[in-house]
Design a protein around this ligand. Structure first.
Ligand code: URA
Length: 434
């Protein structure tokens, strides 16, 4: 087989065979297909798309380019959730231990933040000592003892995606629905899951802001998961305002701990309970969504979910005292108020700017190798849709001695509009239950 003939097939609008896709991906991982040849194929997929059958085969070939995880020793159903991310999305952190507390194991392989969004792994690393680079043996040990493990993609897990995602990022070829869907699903399905819940965001802070594009991504991902025998549900949820109040790594851990103690912001709790309940239902641990909600709510309110999280923190090398004493989390040297300039109703005209505002303080990275400061960030004191008066506190800026403060304020001014009342979007716009 030859890279040029595979590229030509796609270039001319043809359908790739299973043998062509497997050969291409395997040869790419071995270094026998060059980056420029892979970039040419990706560009052709970007413009020509893929049929549903082609996409399932492509995803399976990506998944089989490396090792697959299996946790058969647990004798338990395994479920995970994936969010397309956004501003203040910390749902995975309380969700995973709450689901484990209800009897479903959660082998969660997550990513890091890039650009305007934060990543679950970076947030967890705000806990002093917490290690996310776990070997396969460590993943098995942690999940065996606690029902949850929070890990990073290893060298062996879906190497085809690691190479292709970097290539797409470097060549402006990320925003293609088949490429995104196969990238996300190959990583999630390598966890050996029984069930998967997808949280696809829409709104100005989302990876795909337009409602229709997000809905299409959800449907495509569901098609792949189901044809691979994994029960799956997708939710389409709002990212036109921050989720919860905190944006920033240690601040989001503190807010997750409030949720794990039965409190915290209502929107955060709603998504944790809803998505956790659906994971239980898909795994047969809840008779209905209502039953799942009841179980999830009880796990949070009784402190059982919090105890699971405490165990996970200790197992992954973190300081478990943080769970009951969030003052042990890293703290910024200064907290400044950011106030409303005029009176009216608060709305976010461009939520991405809130992510960039936190990044300007040192709490984000433009390149994957950049260091982040876990202590900095924002805490919103007013919600979208509320009336505010000139001079009122809108959010607190947690910064290190003024570093990035002016840029942060400028970004916040670009993010926010105060004026006529605009009704925020419903938190959950649609769902596609499995
Ligand atoms: N996240 C992924 O893992 N892959 C993509 O292609 C886009 C977002």
């Amino acid at each position: 087989m030859d890279a040029r003939s595979v590229v030509r097939t796609k270039r001319d609008g043809g359908q790739l065979s299973e043998a062509e896709m497997r050969w291409f991906l395997e040869a790419y991982v071995r270094g026998e297909v060059a980056d420029y040849q892979a970039a040419a194929l990706v560009a052709c997929i970007f413009t020509r798309g893929m049929t549903p059958e082609e996409l399932v085969t492509w995803t399976r070939a990506m998944l089989e380019s490396g090792r697959r995880l299996a946790f058969d020793e647990l004798g338990q159903k395994k479920a995970d959730k994936h969010s397309t991310g956004g501003i203040g999305d910390k749902v995975s952190i309380p969700l995973a231990p709450a689901v484990a507390a209800c009897g479903v194991a959660v082998p969660m392989i997550s990513g890091r933040g890039l650009g305007h969004t934060g990543g679950t792994l970076d947030k967890l690393e705000a806990i002093p000592g917490f290690r996310v680079r776990l070997s396969e043996d460590e993943l098995h040990r942690v999940i065996g003892r606690t029902g949850v493990a929070f890990g990073a993609q290893t060298e062996e897990l879906v190497p085809a995606d690691r190479k292709l995602y970097q290539l797409r990022d470097a060549t402006g070829l990320v925003e293609s629905i088949p490429l995104i869907a196969s990238s996300i699903l190959s990583k999630k399905l390598a966890e050996g899951l029984d069930a998967l819940v997808l949280d696809v965001k829409f709104g100005s802070g989302a990876f795909l802001p337009e409602v229709e594009r997000g809905a299409e991504l959800a449907r495509v991902m569901l098609g792949i998961a189901r044809s691979m025998g994994v029960a799956a549900t997708a939710f389409h949820t709002a990212m036109d305002r921050p989720l919860g109040a905190a944006v920033g790594h240690a601040l989001e851990i503190a807010e997750s701990l409030e949720c794990l103690a039965g409190g915290g912001p209502a929107d955060l709790r709603e998504l944790v309970v809803l998505q956790g309940a659906e994971m239980l239902r898909l795994c047969g641990r809840a008779d209905s969504l209502a039953d799942g909600r009841r179980q999830l709510g009880e796990a949070l309110d009784s402190g059982r979910a919090r105890r699971v999280f405490e165990l996970v923190v200790a197992e992954q090398g973190g300081d478990p005292r943080v769970v009951t004493d969030p003052a042990l989390l890293p703290r910024a040297s200064h907290v400044d108020p950011w106030k409303a300039q005029t009176s009216g109703f608060l709305a976010f005209r461009d939520l991405r700017e809130v992510g960039w505002a936190a990044a300007a303080l040192g709490g984000g990275r433009a390149r994957i190798e950049d260091q982040i400061d876990p202590a900095v960030g924002l805490v919103w004191r007013r919600r979208a849709g509320e009336r505010v008066e000139a001079g009122e506190l809108l959010c607190e800026i947690h910064h290190q001695g003024g570093r990035g403060l002016e840029a942060c304020r400028a970004r916040l001014s670009a993010a926010v509009a105060i004026g006529e009342h605009v009704e925020p979007q419903p938190l959950v716009r649609a769902s596609w239950p499995g």
